[in-house]
Design a protein around this ligand. Sequence first.
Ligand SMILES: Cc1cc2nc3c(=O)[nH]c(=O)nc-3n(C[C@H](O)[C@H](O)[C@H](O)COP(=O)(O)O)c2cc1C
Length: 253
Amino acid sequence: MDRREFLKKAALGVAAVAATSLLEHPAVATANELINNKTPNMMKKIMVIDGGPRRNMNTAAMLESFANGAKEGGAEVKLIRLYDMDYKGCMSCMACKLKGKASNICKFKDALTPVLEEIAEADGLVLGSPIYFGDVTGQMRTFLERLAFPWLSYNDYSMTAPKKMPVVLLETMNGTPARNNSKGYGSMEHCISAALGDPERLVAYNTYQVKNYDRYELAGFSEEAKRKYREEHWEEDLQKAFDAGKRMAKAKE
Ligand SMILES: Cc1cc2nc3c(=O)[nH]c(=O)nc-3n(C[C@H](O)[C@H](O)[C@H](O)COP(=O)(O)O)c2cc1C
Protein backbone atom coordinates (compact mmCIF):
# COMPACT_ATOMS: atom_id res chain seq x y z
CA MET A 1 0.00 0.00 0.00
CA ASP A 2 1.50 3.33 -1.00
CA ARG A 3 1.42 6.37 1.26
CA ARG A 4 -1.50 7.94 -0.64
CA GLU A 5 -3.64 4.82 -0.38
CA PHE A 6 -2.74 4.45 3.33
CA LEU A 7 -3.84 8.03 4.08
CA LYS A 8 -7.12 7.52 2.16
CA LYS A 9 -7.93 4.31 4.10
CA ALA A 10 -7.00 5.94 7.42
CA ALA A 11 -9.25 8.93 6.67
CA LEU A 12 -12.16 6.64 5.77
CA GLY A 13 -11.62 4.69 9.03
CA VAL A 14 -11.63 7.86 11.14
CA ALA A 15 -14.78 9.09 9.39
CA ALA A 16 -16.51 5.74 10.05
CA VAL A 17 -15.57 5.78 13.75
CA ALA A 18 -16.66 9.41 14.05
CA ALA A 19 -19.99 8.67 12.37
CA THR A 20 -20.62 5.65 14.65
CA SER A 21 -19.78 7.51 17.83
CA LEU A 22 -21.85 10.49 16.69
CA LEU A 23 -24.85 8.22 16.22
CA GLU A 24 -24.33 6.88 19.72
CA HIS A 25 -23.99 10.39 21.14
CA PRO A 26 -26.96 11.33 23.35
CA ALA A 27 -27.46 14.62 21.54
CA VAL A 28 -27.85 12.81 18.22
CA ALA A 29 -30.17 10.24 19.81
CA THR A 30 -32.30 13.13 21.03
CA ALA A 31 -32.35 14.65 17.56
CA ASN A 32 -33.45 11.32 16.06
CA GLU A 33 -36.19 11.00 18.63
CA LEU A 34 -37.23 14.57 18.02
CA ILE A 35 -37.66 13.69 14.36
CA ASN A 36 -40.01 10.94 15.56
CA ASN A 37 -41.74 13.57 17.69
CA LYS A 38 -40.45 12.28 21.05
CA THR A 39 -37.59 13.08 23.39
CA PRO A 40 -36.15 10.19 25.42
CA ASN A 41 -37.71 11.23 28.71
CA MET A 42 -40.79 12.98 27.38
CA MET A 43 -43.82 12.16 29.52
CA LYS A 44 -46.92 10.76 27.93
CA LYS A 45 -49.82 13.18 27.92
CA ILE A 46 -53.25 11.80 28.75
CA MET A 47 -56.37 13.90 28.24
CA VAL A 48 -59.17 13.25 30.74
CA ILE A 49 -62.56 14.62 29.66
CA ASP A 50 -65.20 14.87 32.39
CA GLY A 51 -68.66 15.01 30.85
CA GLY A 52 -70.53 15.13 34.18
CA PRO A 53 -71.74 18.23 36.03
CA ARG A 54 -70.81 17.26 39.59
CA ARG A 55 -67.26 17.90 40.77
CA ASN A 56 -67.25 15.64 43.81
CA MET A 57 -69.43 12.70 42.92
CA ASN A 58 -69.10 9.41 41.11
CA THR A 59 -67.84 10.25 37.62
CA ALA A 60 -65.37 12.82 38.94
CA ALA A 61 -64.11 10.37 41.58
CA MET A 62 -63.58 7.59 39.02
CA LEU A 63 -61.75 9.98 36.70
CA GLU A 64 -59.64 11.28 39.57
CA SER A 65 -58.64 7.73 40.45
CA PHE A 66 -57.77 7.08 36.80
CA ALA A 67 -55.69 10.27 36.75
CA ASN A 68 -53.84 9.25 39.92
CA GLY A 69 -52.99 5.88 38.38
CA ALA A 70 -51.79 7.56 35.19
CA LYS A 71 -49.62 9.98 37.16
CA GLU A 72 -48.15 7.13 39.18
CA GLY A 73 -47.38 5.42 35.87
CA GLY A 74 -45.37 8.49 34.86
CA ALA A 75 -47.83 10.33 32.62
CA GLU A 76 -48.87 13.97 32.57
CA VAL A 77 -52.63 14.31 32.93
CA LYS A 78 -54.81 17.18 31.71
CA LEU A 79 -58.34 17.28 33.09
CA ILE A 80 -61.04 19.08 31.12
CA ARG A 81 -64.46 19.67 32.72
CA LEU A 82 -66.90 20.11 29.87
CA TYR A 83 -69.54 21.72 32.13
CA ASP A 84 -67.09 24.56 32.88
CA MET A 85 -66.74 25.38 29.19
CA ASP A 86 -68.80 27.39 26.74
CA TYR A 87 -68.92 25.52 23.44
CA LYS A 88 -71.20 24.30 20.70
CA GLY A 89 -71.75 20.96 19.00
CA CYS A 90 -70.95 20.48 15.31
CA MET A 91 -72.15 23.61 13.47
CA SER A 92 -72.28 21.76 10.14
CA CYS A 93 -70.06 24.52 8.69
CA MET A 94 -68.34 21.83 6.57
CA ALA A 95 -64.99 23.67 6.91
CA CYS A 96 -63.36 20.32 7.78
CA LYS A 97 -64.43 18.93 4.38
CA LEU A 98 -63.31 21.83 2.15
CA LYS A 99 -61.50 20.72 -1.02
CA GLY A 100 -57.75 21.15 -0.57
CA LYS A 101 -58.24 22.25 3.06
CA ALA A 102 -59.89 19.20 4.62
CA SER A 103 -58.95 18.74 8.26
CA ASN A 104 -59.42 15.99 10.81
CA ILE A 105 -59.48 18.60 13.59
CA CYS A 106 -62.60 20.79 13.88
CA LYS A 107 -62.13 24.25 12.32
CA PHE A 108 -64.94 25.99 14.22
CA LYS A 109 -63.43 28.35 16.79
CA ASP A 110 -64.66 28.44 20.36
CA ALA A 111 -63.52 27.31 23.82
CA LEU A 112 -63.26 23.71 22.63
CA THR A 113 -60.71 24.51 19.90
CA PRO A 114 -57.55 24.26 22.07
CA VAL A 115 -58.89 21.09 23.72
CA LEU A 116 -59.46 19.38 20.36
CA GLU A 117 -55.99 20.46 19.23
CA GLU A 118 -54.45 19.01 22.41
CA ILE A 119 -56.31 15.72 21.99
CA ALA A 120 -54.95 15.44 18.45
CA GLU A 121 -51.41 15.32 19.86
CA ALA A 122 -52.09 13.40 23.08
CA ASP A 123 -50.91 9.89 23.93
CA GLY A 124 -54.18 8.75 25.49
CA LEU A 125 -57.80 9.81 25.93
CA VAL A 126 -60.29 9.12 28.70
CA LEU A 127 -63.94 10.10 28.44
CA GLY A 128 -66.16 9.96 31.52
CA SER A 129 -69.92 10.53 31.78
CA PRO A 130 -72.87 9.72 33.99
CA ILE A 131 -75.68 7.97 32.13
CA TYR A 132 -78.70 10.24 31.61
CA PHE A 133 -81.83 8.62 30.15
CA GLY A 134 -79.74 5.76 28.81
CA ASP A 135 -77.09 7.90 27.09
CA VAL A 136 -74.02 9.94 27.96
CA THR A 137 -74.80 13.55 28.95
CA GLY A 138 -75.73 16.10 26.33
CA GLN A 139 -72.48 17.93 27.06
CA MET A 140 -70.44 14.80 26.27
CA ARG A 141 -72.42 14.11 23.11
CA THR A 142 -71.96 17.73 21.96
CA PHE A 143 -68.21 17.44 22.54
CA LEU A 144 -68.08 14.14 20.63
CA GLU A 145 -69.74 15.68 17.56
CA ARG A 146 -66.92 18.21 17.35
CA LEU A 147 -64.26 15.56 17.97
CA ALA A 148 -65.50 12.94 15.53
CA PHE A 149 -67.13 14.70 12.55
CA PRO A 150 -63.76 15.89 11.18
CA TRP A 151 -62.52 12.29 11.33
CA LEU A 152 -65.23 11.15 8.93
CA SER A 153 -64.45 11.17 5.22
CA TYR A 154 -67.49 11.64 3.00
CA ASN A 155 -65.35 10.40 0.09
CA ASP A 156 -64.98 6.85 1.33
CA TYR A 157 -66.65 6.88 4.81
CA SER A 158 -63.38 6.05 6.55
CA MET A 159 -62.70 7.51 10.02
CA THR A 160 -59.20 8.95 10.47
CA ALA A 161 -57.97 10.78 13.56
CA PRO A 162 -54.72 12.76 13.46
CA LYS A 163 -53.21 9.99 15.60
CA LYS A 164 -54.26 6.60 17.05
CA MET A 165 -54.11 6.37 20.85
CA PRO A 166 -55.42 4.23 23.71
CA VAL A 167 -58.91 5.21 24.84
CA VAL A 168 -60.98 4.50 27.94
CA LEU A 169 -64.75 5.10 27.96
CA LEU A 170 -66.07 5.45 31.49
CA GLU A 171 -69.73 5.43 32.55
CA THR A 172 -71.38 5.72 35.96
CA MET A 173 -75.07 4.94 36.50
CA ASN A 174 -77.87 3.89 38.82
CA GLY A 175 -78.37 0.67 36.88
CA THR A 176 -76.82 -2.61 37.93
CA PRO A 177 -74.83 -5.08 35.80
CA ALA A 178 -77.98 -7.24 35.64
CA ARG A 179 -80.46 -4.40 35.00
CA ASN A 180 -79.52 -1.18 33.26
CA ASN A 181 -80.67 0.93 30.33
CA SER A 182 -77.27 2.27 29.29
CA LYS A 183 -76.44 2.57 25.61
CA GLY A 184 -73.11 3.99 26.76
CA TYR A 185 -71.34 6.02 24.10
CA GLY A 186 -73.70 4.53 21.50
CA SER A 187 -72.87 5.16 17.86
CA MET A 188 -69.90 7.29 18.92
CA GLU A 189 -68.15 4.18 20.21
CA HIS A 190 -67.88 2.87 16.64
CA CYS A 191 -66.36 6.18 15.47
CA ILE A 192 -63.86 6.14 18.35
CA SER A 193 -62.90 2.52 17.65
CA ALA A 194 -62.35 3.17 13.96
CA ALA A 195 -60.41 6.41 14.40
CA LEU A 196 -58.41 5.96 17.60
CA GLY A 197 -58.46 2.21 18.31
CA ASP A 198 -60.65 -0.15 20.32
CA PRO A 199 -61.56 1.49 23.63
CA GLU A 200 -61.49 -0.09 27.06
CA ARG A 201 -64.80 0.28 28.95
CA LEU A 202 -64.98 1.11 32.65
CA VAL A 203 -68.36 1.11 34.38
CA ALA A 204 -69.37 2.01 37.93
CA TYR A 205 -72.87 0.59 38.49
CA ASN A 206 -75.47 1.32 41.14
CA THR A 207 -73.80 4.53 42.30
CA TYR A 208 -74.96 6.75 45.14
CA GLN A 209 -76.98 9.43 43.39
CA VAL A 210 -77.07 11.52 46.57
CA LYS A 211 -75.09 11.30 49.78
CA ASN A 212 -78.17 11.21 52.03
CA TYR A 213 -81.25 9.38 50.68
CA ASP A 214 -83.40 10.56 53.64
CA ARG A 215 -83.45 14.13 52.33
CA TYR A 216 -85.04 13.36 48.95
CA GLU A 217 -88.09 11.77 47.34
CA LEU A 218 -86.25 8.66 46.21
CA ALA A 219 -88.48 5.89 47.51
CA GLY A 220 -87.91 3.85 44.35
CA PHE A 221 -84.40 3.12 45.60
CA SER A 222 -83.54 1.07 48.64
CA GLU A 223 -80.78 3.00 50.37
CA GLU A 224 -79.83 -0.16 52.23
CA ALA A 225 -79.40 -2.15 49.00
CA LYS A 226 -77.42 0.77 47.53
CA ARG A 227 -75.17 0.91 50.60
CA LYS A 228 -74.54 -2.84 50.47
CA TYR A 229 -73.67 -2.71 46.76
CA ARG A 230 -71.40 0.27 47.32
CA GLU A 231 -69.56 -1.36 50.21
CA GLU A 232 -68.89 -4.38 48.01
CA HIS A 233 -67.96 -2.59 44.77
CA TRP A 234 -67.02 1.07 45.05
CA GLU A 235 -63.44 0.67 46.25
CA GLU A 236 -62.94 -2.03 43.62
CA ASP A 237 -64.34 0.30 40.91
CA LEU A 238 -61.94 3.06 41.97
CA GLN A 239 -59.07 0.58 41.95
CA LYS A 240 -60.01 -0.58 38.43
CA ALA A 241 -59.93 3.05 37.28
CA PHE A 242 -56.55 3.58 38.97
CA ASP A 243 -55.12 0.44 37.35
CA ALA A 244 -56.45 1.46 33.93
CA GLY A 245 -54.73 4.84 34.33
CA LYS A 246 -51.44 3.24 35.23
CA ARG A 247 -51.74 0.79 32.32
CA MET A 248 -52.40 3.59 29.85
CA ALA A 249 -49.41 5.54 31.13
CA LYS A 250 -47.14 2.54 30.74
CA ALA A 251 -48.59 1.22 27.44
CA LYS A 252 -46.00 0.72 24.70
CA GLU A 253 -46.63 2.85 21.65
C1 LIG B 1 -80.97 13.60 34.52
C2 LIG B 1 -80.55 12.25 35.03
C3 LIG B 1 -80.86 11.12 34.30
C4 LIG B 1 -80.43 9.86 34.72
N1 LIG B 1 -80.72 8.76 33.94
C5 LIG B 1 -80.23 7.56 34.30
C6 LIG B 1 -80.48 6.43 33.48
O1 LIG B 1 -81.14 6.50 32.44
N2 LIG B 1 -79.95 5.24 33.87
C7 LIG B 1 -79.22 5.10 35.00
O2 LIG B 1 -78.78 3.98 35.30
N3 LIG B 1 -78.96 6.17 35.79
C8 LIG B 1 -79.44 7.38 35.47
N4 LIG B 1 -79.16 8.48 36.27
C9 LIG B 1 -78.29 8.32 37.44
C10 LIG B 1 -76.84 8.73 37.16
O3 LIG B 1 -76.37 8.19 35.96
C11 LIG B 1 -75.92 8.23 38.26
O4 LIG B 1 -76.36 8.65 39.52
C12 LIG B 1 -74.49 8.70 38.01
O5 LIG B 1 -73.57 7.92 38.73
C13 LIG B 1 -74.33 10.16 38.41
O6 LIG B 1 -73.02 10.57 38.18
P1 LIG B 1 -72.34 11.72 39.05
O7 LIG B 1 -72.43 11.26 40.47
O8 LIG B 1 -70.96 11.83 38.56
O9 LIG B 1 -73.14 12.95 38.82
C14 LIG B 1 -79.64 9.73 35.89
C15 LIG B 1 -79.34 10.90 36.65
C16 LIG B 1 -79.80 12.13 36.22
C17 LIG B 1 -79.48 13.36 37.04
